[in-house]
Unconditional design. Structure first.
Length: 271
């Protein structure tokens, strides 16, 4: 949920200019998830997340924006589907904007291809998103280069340290081909101290600014459970922290347990 709130706020910031932008989603997933599925009922993720927020009478604009995007993919008055990152992006794209979505798994890639079969703005590739930089970047539309854009990175983190190394290497390669790119990287938090090395390495990349946005729904006192998550933003829009700031105490209040906490901090700022 934090990921999608931040994602939509970033895309809205890009839309403030008329010039086109490009989105690369390196790990797209299925694009849409059925909330009545066995997996959804087992985790109760929707009940403990989006449904709690929808029950609130008034929320900050950046959170309301996210809830409206979720509702747009559902029948009026019902919550059956949960849109994933590719679908939320596609809802936001204008005619001049473009997106490429990578997904390696067979079933998810097939679902994505069916979902966007009639959307000429969206290209779906069944591939490892880390390996497609040369083929996709720098991005173009109608033969012209697209200067602005966003790279969304949300890998499965089957081996967390190894995944961090792949993320950092991919970012460095992308910056070499597309220097103006912004990045939004989702990361899990079990014990926060294990994330610090990754954050320090990210700050050493050739980017102008680095912002971390984190929500711990409980204390990070156990390495055996997911206690929260964060979004690491590289080259985000100017003063983007002010866009997100009203949402943080609200997310902590409505989604957190005892000992919940948030963090919104610039780790590196442009001179």
């Amino acid at each position: 949920m934090l990921k999608h709130i931040v994602q939509l706020a970033l895309l809205d910031a890009f839309k403030r200019k008329d010039s086109p932008f490009f989105v690369l989603d390196t790990h797209g997933g299925a694009g849409r998830y059925l909330l009545t599925s066995e997996e959804s009922r087992k985790t109760l993720e929707a009940e403990n997340g989006v449904m709690r927020l929808m029950a609130q009478p008034k929320l900050p604009a950046v959170v309301e924006r996210y809830l409206k995007a979720v509702q747009a993919d559902n029948p009026v008055g019902a919550l059956v589907n949960y849109p994933g990152s590719p679908l939320l992006t596609a809802q936001t794209l204008r005619e001049q904007d473009r997106m490429a979505v990578c997904e390696l798994q067979d079933a998810e890639a097939a679902t994505l291809k069916a979902l966007f079969a009639h959307d000429s703005r969206v290209a779906v590739l069944q591939a490892d998103g880390y390996t497609q930089n040369k083929a996709l970047l720098p991005p173009k539309a109608n033969g012209a280069k697209i200067g602005r854009g966003l790279v969304l990175i949300d890998p499965p983190y089957e081996g967390q340290d190894a995944e961090y190394q792949r993320i950092l290497a991919s970012i460095e390669e992308i910056l070499g081909r597309w220097a103006q790119a912004s990045f939004a990287i989702w990361f899990p938090i079990k014990q926060r101290r294990t994330v610090l090395h990754f954050l320090r390495k990210a700050c050493a990349l050739p980017v102008k600014s680095v912002l971390t946005v984190e929500l711990l729904v409980r204390p990070d006192d156990s390495p055996l459970r997911l206690n929260g998550s964060g979004m690491l933003l590289l080259n985000p829009p100017w003063q983007f922290d002010q866009v997100l700031a009203p949402a943080m105490p609200v997310l902590k209040q409505h989604l957190g347990e005892a000992g919940a906490s948030t963090r919104l901090q610039w780790l590196k700022q442009a001179d």
